[in-house]
Design a protein around this ligand. Sequence first.
Ligand code: ADP
Ligand code: MG
Length: 314
Amino acid sequence: MTSEFEIIEHYFKKKMKQTALGVGDDAAIINVQKDHQLVISSDMLIENIHFLKNTNPSRLGWKSLAVNLSDIAAMGGKPKWATLSISLPKINHVWLKKFSGGFFKCANQFGIDLIGGDTTRGPLSISITIMGEIKKNQGLLRSGAKINDDIWVTGQLGLASMGLASLQRKLKLASRLKTKCINALEVPTPKVSLGSHLSRYTNSCIDISDGLIQDLNHILKASKVGAALMLNDIPCEKFIHTSKQYQFVLNGGDDYELLFTAPKKNRSYIKTIAKKTNTAVNIIGTITHKKDLKILNEQGKSVTFNLRGFDHFA
Ligand code: ADP
Ligand code: MG
């Protein structure tokens, strides 16, 4: 097996369940449900920038799709279709088998059809476009946060960046915590089910990919509001509190948790959906009218950190 076409046929052409025309023609054709809108997002993963050289290919296949699913979840959509454009330095069947295995494990778990893409030779890079559906005008935007909204977050923050730091030998962790953190980094779980149920109860949403503070700031800017965060309410490992290494929680990348704001009266609805979808959620602060972001300690005193979220060109 030596050609681009054989690679596509063997590794990337799988049965499709919700697609009018998939892999094999010049383009794919999909049917969108009546009274719905298409929601679309792309993410690139480049070796040595988004993942370390020699990352387990199966985990990389999973993560490539998972980070894209997270964006659709953050819009309140139901992801359905993906395209995969991949450039490979050479044909490596062991690698391709594992990568496609991890990709389709994630695709099957979340009900995604791979409907097309492109395969070329070049430095290892993966670009995925994900498409999903939302009910007409029900998209969850960054711009909808209202004063006095609760600020909610799913899961636990900081694990993935602790995992990366430990792989880079910049952080020493006990072995069980290290495994948990590396799993969070390499096999993130996108909060698709919760996301697709949130839109009726929440005012704004984003997924945390570049650090809590940076991504919350995107909501604040788009919504023209401020926020007060309770440092001690941010769900994280005990290690963070004992070591005071809050940068992982406030600034660490690759969390792929959802950050959303909602009126206080919706607390019990949100807790019910979270329980139904088996997702941990916590309130970590409030939206304020003052157009700044305050982080408060247990005594309610404002604390400052010298932090910047990830920016490729900073
Ligand atoms: P074209 O020459 O029209 O660009 P290609 O030969 O690149 O077509 O691709 C043939 C078919 O295989 C198309 O349907 C394309 O979407 C699909 N395809 C190519 N690469 C991938 C991939 N990595 N994953 C899924 N589908 C792919
Ligand atoms: Mg092509």
